[in-house]
Design a protein around this ligand. Structure first.
Ligand code: ADP
Ligand code: MG
Ligand code: MG
Length: 877
């Protein structure tokens, strides 16, 4: 039950007990750095202080006395000695650094008597009095609760009278006057004087530091930074070093590397003839650290060596406080510096290359937010920029562009080379071409997992969602924000990293894929076990996926290719075809289009696996809405002449079809494999297109690795039927040309029943791909399109759920299904490949789970690939 640790008794791992500052002072002492000697009173003592209503037990006082004796021995001075007094710094230090939030008292141990001894010992009475005045102020403020202002008013007055700029310029008589004025003021306000017994000073100071743990600003700080209330602060007691001694003394702060770029040069400030926080307090203007290099090069050199040693000890950029007394350097504090993502990345790579940390340690340091900041444009915030609304930061990155209100305009304007931002109340799959064309997306409704957000993140398009304070008038194409109206073509800017919307053009910061990031990603690939694939539907996305380092395509959604305006009519013709022949004709026209898409993707991937999912969504998604059709019908009826009813009949047919296809629960309806079984012609055409594309590539000497994926299987028999279809069509196409092309057929596991009967399903599958979006929806029974808006946010706020299960995999439920499916599947087929292709493949905790579950690959949006590579490596480490 030890409560006091001399510096040489502690080390950096004892933060919980000694606080960050105390642990680091101990560590630095051990490493042989010039640290003034001292001891630390534990955080546990502070907690006791609070539970014992402010009582400091004798046992603690005894321990402090014992430690003091050691300090006296090493310093060759005595605490309270009237001839050669030992002076102390009494410093606060929490487990988590809370800079400036708690208190520190310097020059403790000075009394009316010892100050004269101190004057004699140093041979400088002026200096001794200055120290005493400083002590009285700090002690009066911290231990006697007198506000600083009361002292600075007196000091200013005295400075003024003697034309001094700061306390260091006051002559002896003025310092004596200052001290006596301070004392009077204290007596008047506190009705008592500063203790003249040094031990009382010390114990009162310790008590005051304990108390400073619960001062209002510290409390607020803890709330903001989520630091637990009950930790308490440690107190470090240390021999004083006097930066205010003379002109060869001073005090400074220092970053061992540039905290904004990570550049390998020291950056800091220095103030000669100064004490404590004067260097950062703004009362005097400090010099850059190079001043020290010019005036005291050998001290600068020592400081540089100390900085290197500290970086080696901590393996990170350090934020150091130091003081120099008569040309002698002392380190008073070190901690990991707050730095930008860029600096953190560069420093980590540099340290790994300098051999200070391992590659694995460097990789572990990368935080998801770091990559977000590094890979996306952001807004250079300027004062004149006008924020017109705030929504959810749904997909990071910032853009300026012209406002458009519908997908068609977005597409046509973009094709003219305009940069557009598409604003919608909410987006649906039908807006996809507009979403692809737009530089940015703004929606009024919907949360972080709404359609717009998912799609935007998938494509790396900046997106702000759920901007409810805006009003949209679709008929007049106006966007209204309190008192301003924005019309089609007006320029606005959005920052999907912060959720802010701005009027007009905004200055942007370009993302750079730095050399360091590239290096880090290479290391990640060396380390990780799982492969990282990308979900990409279009050749241009595939190109991007390769650029970001995807090792394959894990999900190519064929329906996204159907949605472009030139193809949609063909797809619609397939759906509403009156006869089999009509349908076949339409399919034959669609075939070459699909084939050329696939060929392009195969070429881009150059032999890497490409997983193509056959048509998945319900067919009604490809047809116009019933209201729209009925409106059109009314219109036609009015303008149609007798006998010429062709057009009208066509519309009627479509209306008929839409009614036929209508379902109450389309997400649980005729889609995926069910569609493939009822309308085999469509799958037939898609499979043919895949193999014709493969042949086309093989003829050009390009290797291909098609993987055909059947969605929404719930029963092994479904897969058995559809696998046969794939094999037959493949065989037909390949036989025509007598060419061999290896391929695999697999299934998505996204219906709980499939997971529970995986051994039967594995019989017909070469691979499993867990579609965790649908699997989550069906396992929890939450509609992905509505849940967030209705209740999910409440659930998360009230801690009924730990997180939104569409963002962070529900490991206990959905994860359990994945485990069961893998175990069953692999017990039947040990070589069964398995991966995941949902949103979760881009989320850190989920990635760790997939790694531990034994998945072979994860497939995420191209933009998340770098992040997934790092996270997969972190999971391995
Ligand atoms: P904070 O946690 O607010 O940074 P510190 O305990 O570091 O508070 O003390 C504030 C300042 O007091 C330090 O930056 C340093 O300039 C000065 N100081 C602390 N300890 C000593 C010491 N032993 N000798 C001289 N000055 C000191
Ligand atoms: Mg400090
Ligand atoms: Mg699905």
């Amino acid at each position: 039950n030890k409560r006091v640790f001399l510096f040489h008794e502690g080390n950096a791992s004892m933060r919980e007990l000694l606080g960050g500052k105390g642990a680091d002072l101990a560590e630095m002492t051990k490493a042989g750095l010039p640290v003034p000697y001292g001891f630390t009173i534990t955080t546990a003592s502070c907690r006791d202080y609070y539970t014992h209503l402010g009582h400091i037990p004798l046992t603690l006082i005894e321990e402090i006395r014992t430690a003091l004796r050691s300090l006296e021995q090493t310093s060759n001075k005595r605490f309270g000695d009237p001839l050669n007094p030992l002076l102390l710094a009494v410093r606060s230090g929490a487990v988590t650094s809370m800079p400036g939030m708690m208190d520190t008292i310097l020059n403790l141990g000075l009394t009316d008597e010892t100050v004269e001894g101190f004057a004699l010992a140093t041979g400088d009475r002026r200096f001794a009095l200055e120290c005493y005045a400083r002590f009285i102020q700090m002690y009066g403020h911290v231990a006697m609760d007198i506000e600083n202002n009361a002292f600075s008013k007196i000091l200013q007055q005295v400075n003024l009278e003697s034309e001094a700029e700061h306390i260091g310029q006051l002559p002896i008589e003025k310092l004596e006057e200052l001290i006596s004025k301070y004392k009077q003021m204290i007596l008047h306000r506190a009705k008592k004087s500063i203790p003249q017994n040094v031990e009382d000073q010390l114990i009162d100071a310790v008590r005051a530091i304990f108390r400073s743990w619960s001062n209002p600003r510290a409390k607020v700080y803890r709330k903001v930074h989520k630091i637990p209330e009950d930790q308490g602060t440690a107190v470090s007691v240390q021999e004083m070093i006097f930066g205010n001694r003379d002109e060869t003394s001073g005090t400074g702060v220092l970053f061992t590397r540039d905290p904004s770029t990570g550049g390998n040069e020291m950056l800091g400030e220095y103030l000669p003839a100064a004490q404590g926080e004067e260097v950062v307090s703004g009362t005097r203007t400090p010099f850059g650290i190079t001043y020290l290099k010019q005036t005291m090069p050998s001290v600068y050199e020592q400081l540089h060596e100390a900085a290197s040693l500290l970086e080696e000890l901590y393996g990170d950029i350090q934020d150091i406080e130091f003081t120099i007394e008569k040309g002698q350097l002392y380190i008073l504090q070190t901690r990991n510096a707050r730095r930008t993502a860029q600096a953190a990345m560069k420093a980590a790579v540099d340290y790994a290359e300098e051999g200070i940390i391992t590659k694995e340690e460097a990789l572990i340091r990368i935080e998801p937010e770091h990559l977000n900041q590094l890979l996306h444009q952001s807004i250079k915030v300027r004062e004149e920029d006008e924020i017109i609304a705030s929504g959810l930061p749904a997909s990071p990155g910032a853009v300026s562009g012209q406002l458009v209100f519908d997908a068609e305009t977005a597409e046509s304007w973009a094709s003219l080379g305009k940069r557009v931002i598409l604003v919608r109340r909410e987006t649906t799959p039908q807006d996809i071409h507009g979403v692809i064309a737009a530089e940015g997306l703004l929606t009024l409704r919907g949360g972080m997992t709404s359609h717009a957000a998912v799609v935007a993140r998938g494509m790396g398009t900046p997106c702000v969602c759920g901007c409810e304070e805006l009003e949209l008038r679709e008929d007049t194409k106006e966007l209204i924000c309190s008192n301003q109206i924005f019309r089609e073509g007006d320029v606005i800017s959005i920052d999907g990293g912060t959720g802010k919307v701005y009027a007009g053009e905004i200055e942007l910061r370009e993302p750079e894929i730095s050399e360091e990031l590239t290096r880090m990603l290479d290391w990640a690939d060396e380390v990780k076990r799982m492969k990282v694939f990308a979900n990409s539907d279009h050749p241009h996305e595939v190109r991007l996926a390769r650029k970001w380092g995807a090792e394959g395509i894990g999900l190519c959604r064929t329906e996204h290719m159907f949605l472009s305006p030139s193809r949609l009519p063909l797809v619609q013709r397939v759906i509403v075809a009156g006869s089999n022949q009509e349908r076949q004709e339409a399919l034959q026209r669609l075939l070459p289009v699909q084939q050329s898409d696939f060929a392009e993707i195969f070429m881009e991937m150059d032999g890497l696996p490409v997983t193509i999912r056959l048509l998945d969504p319900p067919l009604h998604e490809f047809l116009p809405k019933l209201e729209v059709l009925e409106g059109r019908r009314e219109h036609l009826k009015m303008i149609t002449l007798d006998g010429d009813t062709d057009e009208l009949e066509k519309v009627d047919r479509v209306i008929q079809k839409v009614k036929e296809l209508k379902e109450s629960n389309p997400m649980l309806g005729q889609r995926g494999a069910r569609l493939g079984i009822v309308f085999p012609e469509i799958y037939d055409m898609q499979i043919e297109a895949i193999f014709r594309a493969a042949l086309q590539c093989i003829h050009q000497g390009i290797k291909v690795m098609p993987e055909i994926m059947i969605p929404l299987i719930g029963h092994a028999n479904e897969l058995s039927v559809l696998r046969k279809l794939v094999d037959e069509v493949a065989e037909q196409v390949l036989r025509e040309e007598r060419i061999h092309c290896p391929y695999r057929v697999g299934t998505m596991i996204e219906v709980p029943r499939a997971a529970l009967t995986a051994s039967q399903i594995a019989e017909h599958a070469d691979f499993f791909s867990f579609g965790t979006n649908d699997l989550t929806q069906m396992t929890l029974g939450y509609s992905r399109d509505d849940a967030e808006r209705k209740f999910l946010n409440h659930y998360v706020e009230q801690k009924i759920l730990p997180a939104n299960p569409f963002e962070v995999l529900d490991q206990e439920g959905v994860g359990e299904l994945i485990r069961i499916a893998l175990e069953q599947g692999r017990s039947l087929k040990p070589e069964l490949a398995a991966g995941i292709c949902g949103e979760h493949a881009g989320e850190r905790d989920s990635i760790f789970f997939f790694h531990n579950a034994g998945l072979d690959y994860i497939s995420c949006s191209p933009y998340r690939v770098p992040f997934a590579r790092i996270a997969a490596a972190q999971a391995q480490i």
